[in-house]
Design a protein around this ligand. Structure first.
Ligand code: ATP
Length: 571
């Protein structure tokens, strides 16, 4: 368990963790020895001179004081290590998630990670902060007491020691029962979380489609699944808990019977038997608590297993000696890429000279967005290479690559914060004047003036308090502020009404000026701004040329536009 914790967290926690474990072990041994002092106390009290008990009682008092200090220090150390670990785990998980390929994220993963980041990490922290001390005490204190009993009488010590293998066996048995149910329980919890997120996020769609009842049914099923799995998991602990109680009672009874027999036989005094029974009774309590602590530890271990699995998911490989591109032309060199079984690109080659604009056109699902994602290295090509300034994107430090690229998506996500904070995300160290200039260029100033609170107005989670067009302006301002040499635009204006489109038009023009641009386009006006157009379909570049050339050619692209004209998308 400790090994697993350290593997998940890294070696820097090894030293404080070992220190804490050592401190807790010493405290537990002292607790056992403390009870052992009862023996001479009782022996003196039952003997001819009861006042002989005083020195032992003083020793008992001093030991209690030392024990109290040690207990405080070891509990504090456990707490400290636990909270430091929690911080470490949050950072480790956060940094790792940020490096995982975008393709890793799907609805099920979102549920899994949200459960892990809340319940899972807290459970893992609880190992050191709340569980480790009681667990060590529950194992070490009874063993110390048994050792003391053995010193006084080996027969009784041996009888008490029989409990040890039996307790280990029941704990293992419970662990197996729990493990079988735990995976099912976790899967159902993740599914329920994903369903809750889906149900809440998709409310507008569900209501518009009149399907909320149906989706609620799915959510309800998932929640019932969680309830059933939790019940099964609770039941799986029961045999272990009952087994442990029976073992402890049976061993105590054996010690009692054997002690009485030895006392009657004259081998042992009544005071010794009484003391040993008190000691045996004291070791029963921590032993019985093992079932509860063991259950919690096993749950925490299962959470750690899941965390470990996520942390072991390989991020996209990074170059040992990264190369910084000096130019900003783009190139696809015989790129093949698949989404599962679906071949999105089959040996596609294309290039965009620095400072030029390429429009990407094609039917829905042809791979237009994927083409942008490959440039930004959200995924790696299966074969071939995507190059920026002649350098394979796999050879560029991911942070350097992202610094060279500004991306504007059709669906804009804004963080819960002010408009200014959302724009500043483009370049956190920008001056106020630069942020204002970018906002003005994206015509965001008009929006800010209208909003109560202006720049300090909160946009709500996901930018919920702004319209689609307003969100788009924030996103363009963000990209303008970033001032990156490569600009990727993914159907930026296709969902905007004419007023909003006209408003963001100037901002987009400024964003594209003098930069290498790849834009996925559905509108004639956008495509006409490009130097070159590629029409992609069926994993291939079907046609390539300028807008006018392709229209004259009368091929797929021309057909596409005549269809678009009919549907009005080319406005
Ligand atoms: P649209 O114009 O409708 O936005 P597109 O041309 O941009 O479509 P892409 O989004 O690039 O198309 O998708 C290309 C193909 O890859 C589609 O068949 C799509 O179903 C598939 N695809 C996209 N993303 C994923 C994913 N995360 N997992 C599996 N398949 C995916």
């Amino acid at each position: 368990m400790i090994r697993m914790l350290l593997r998940v967290l890294g070696d820097e926690y090894a030293k404080p963790m070992r220190r804490t474990v050592a401190l807790m072990t010493v405290t537990a041994v002292l607790e056992g020895l403390l009870y052992a002092l009862l023996l001479p106390v009782l022996r003196a009290l039952f003997g001819d001179t009861p006042s002989d008990a005083w020195p032992w009682l003083i020793a008992f008092g001093v030991s209690v004081a030392v024990y109290a200090v040690l207990r405080y220090v070891s509990d504090l150390s456990g707490m400290r290590v636990g909270t430091t670990m929690l911080r470490g785990m949050y950072h480790g998980l956060g940094e790792h998630l940020a490096r995982l390929p975008i393709g890793w994220y799907n609805a099920a993963r979102v549920g899994e990670v949200s459960v892990m980041a809340s319940r899972g990490l807290l459970a893992a922290m609880g190992v050191s902060a709340h569980l480790l001390g009681p667990f060590i005490s529950a194992c070490v204190t009874p063993l110390t007491i048994v050792a003391v009993i053995t010193v006084f009488n080996w027969q009784l010590g041996l009888a008490a020691l029989v409990a040890a293998p039996l307790v280990v066996l029941t704990q293992r048995w419970t662990a197996r029962l729990m493990a079988a149910n735990d995976a099912d329980n976790a899967a159902r919890n993740n599914e329920a979380s994903a369903r809750v997120i889906e149900y809440l996020q998709a409310q507008p769609v569900l209501r518009a489609g009149g399907r909320s009842g149906e989706r609620f049914g799915l959510l309800d099923d998932a929640l019932q699944g969680v309830e059933r799995a939790s019940r099964r998991q609770t039941m799986s602990v029961l045999p272990g808990a009952v087994g442990l109680t029976v073992i402890v009672q049976a061993v105590f009874t054996t010690v009692l019977v054997l002690g009485t027999y030895l006392a009657l036989d004259g081998d042992l005094g009544a005071a010794e038997v009484l003391s040993i029974l008190v000691l045996a009774a004291r070791s029963a309590d921590p032993l019985l608590s093992l079932s509860d602590i063991g259950g919690k530890l096993r749950t925490a271990r299962a959470e750690l297993d899941r965390l470990d699995k996520v942390l072991r998911t390989e991020p996209l490989p990074e170059a040992d000696q990264p190369v910084r591109p000096q130019r900003f032309d783009l190139e696809f060199d015989a790129v093949t890429f698949r989404h599962g079984d679906r071949t999105v690109f089959d040996e596609v080659s294309l290039s965009v000279p620095q400072g030029q604009r390429l429009a990407v056109v094609g039917p829905s699902g042809a791979g237009k967005s994927t083409l942008l994602q490959l440039i930004a290295r959200f995924y790696d090509a299966e074969s071939g290479a995507v190059r920026v300034g002649g350098v394979d994107v796999r050879q560029i430090d991911p942070a350097v690559l992202m610094a060279q690229i500004a991306i504007v998506f059709q669906d804009v996500y804004l963080f819960d914060g002010t408009i200014e904070e959302n724009v500043r995300l483009g370049r956190p160290d920008a001056s106020d004047a630069e942020v204002r200039a970018a906002a003005t260029a994206a015509r965001l100033d008009e929006v800010v003036e209208r909003l109560p609170g202006g720049w300090a107005a909160n946009v709500g989670e996901g930018g919920a308090s702004l319209s689609g067009g307003e969100r788009q302006r924030v996103s363009i301002a963000r990209a303008l502020l970033k001032d990156a040499p490569i600009v990727l635009l993914d159907e930026v204006t296709s969902a905007l009404d004419p007023v909003n489109e006209a408003a963001v038009h100037d901002g987009i023009e400024r964003l594209m000026a003098g930069r290498t641009v790849v834009m996925v386009a559905h509108r004639m006006r956008t495509v006409q701004r490009a130097d070159r157009v590629v029409f992609i379909d069926d994993g291939q570049l079907a046609e390539e040329g300028s807008h006018d050339e392709l229209l004259r050619r009368g091929g797929r692209y021309a057909d596409f536009w005549s269809l678009s004209m009919v549907s009005g998308a080319s406005e």
